[in-house]
Design a protein around this ligand. Structure first.
Ligand code: ATP
Length: 264
């Protein structure tokens, strides 16, 4: 039984078709990396999984049921920037994930519940290697540390699905490598299902078990918004390094050229 399944899934904004004809099954434990031209709808797709954007047509199911139309504790998300609250410390940023999720009407938790949330938050902070920075504010952290914090926040509620929108795009190569190791460890230890958008094909191969290429198969120059992108390519990643002839293989197997520049 697949964890997630889409059938003829579409997303439109008014007359603008952003995504069309999405058909897929994703199993628990898959690590799907998403590449595609800028503006082709990758973030919109992640938002449908998160529940902050509604689907327009077709179906998208989680455990055979329509995907909830609001975010829930089973799905965590990390964006490239601005995922953390600047006015809260490291500890406060992770604790608030639980407060937001469990005390929606009260706004704050008290007593035992608060102590439990604190213990849980400390464990998450330790997992991402920030135990020495509990009282620091985001502006006092490096870019890599801020993303570690965003990951701890996203994992506070122990989600099954982790959505990553170019989380390492702004980081230096050395720091990225550390973040790759962290995310692979968390993926394995917590048996996560991960969707990660990246513009770096090497990163996609280093981390994913499956590579999805989003692209437009239909294009009308007179009406550029009439057709949306779809998953033109679903490649199982066996090897850890991209094969040298990858672009040739992608072309052979039908990748259109609209996203080619992002793959080279
Ligand atoms: N709320 C919205 N209302 C109207 N149009 C939107 C909305 N959100 C996104 N779009 C449009 O949907 C298209 C896809 O945007 P999206 O951000 O999903 O692309 P992307 O592939 O993630 O791009 P990038 O790689 O640059 O982040 C864009 O044309 C964008 O302008």
């Amino acid at each position: 039984m697949s964890l997630l399944e889409a059938k003829r899934l579409e997303k439109h904004y008014g007359d603008h078709v952003v995504l069309e004809r999405l058909d897929f099954r994703v199993e628990a434990g898959d690590f799907v990396t998403l590449v595609g031209a800028s503006g082709c709808g990758k973030t919109t797709f992640l938002k449908m999984l998160l529940g902050t954007e509604r689907i327009s047509r077709g179906s998208l199911t989680l455990d055979q049921r329509p995907i909830p139309e609001e975010p829930g504790p089973d799905r965590g998300v990390v964006f490239q920037k601005y995922s953390v609250f600047p006015h809260l410390t490291v500890l406060g940023n992770v604790m608030i994930a639980e407060e937001l999720s469990q005390s929606r009407w009260l706004g704050k938790s008290f007593g035992t519940a608060r102590r439990q949330a604190r213990d849980k938050a400390m464990a998450r902070i330790e997992e991402v290697g920030l135990a020495n920075a509990l009282g620091k504010y985001p502006h006092e952290l490096s870019g890599g540390m801020q993303q570690r914090l965003a990951i701890a926040q996203a994992l506070m509620m122990r989600p099954r699905i982790l959505l990553l929108d170019e989380p390492f795009g702004a980081l230096d190569p050395g720091i990225r490598q550390d973040m790759h190791e962290l995310i692979l460890t968390l993926w394995k230890e917590q048996q996560l299902t991960i969707f990660m958008i990246t513009h770096d094909l090497k990163e996609a191969f280093a981390l994913g078990t499956r590579l999805w290429v989003f692209d437009k198969l239909r294009h009308d120059p007179q009406a550029p918004e009439a057709f949306g992108a779809t998953i033109t390519y679903d490649l199982p990643i066996g090897e850890r390094q991209p094969p040298a002839d990858l672009s040739a293989r992608l072309s052979e197997r039908g990748l259109k050229t609209l996203t080619q520049e992002t793959l080279l």
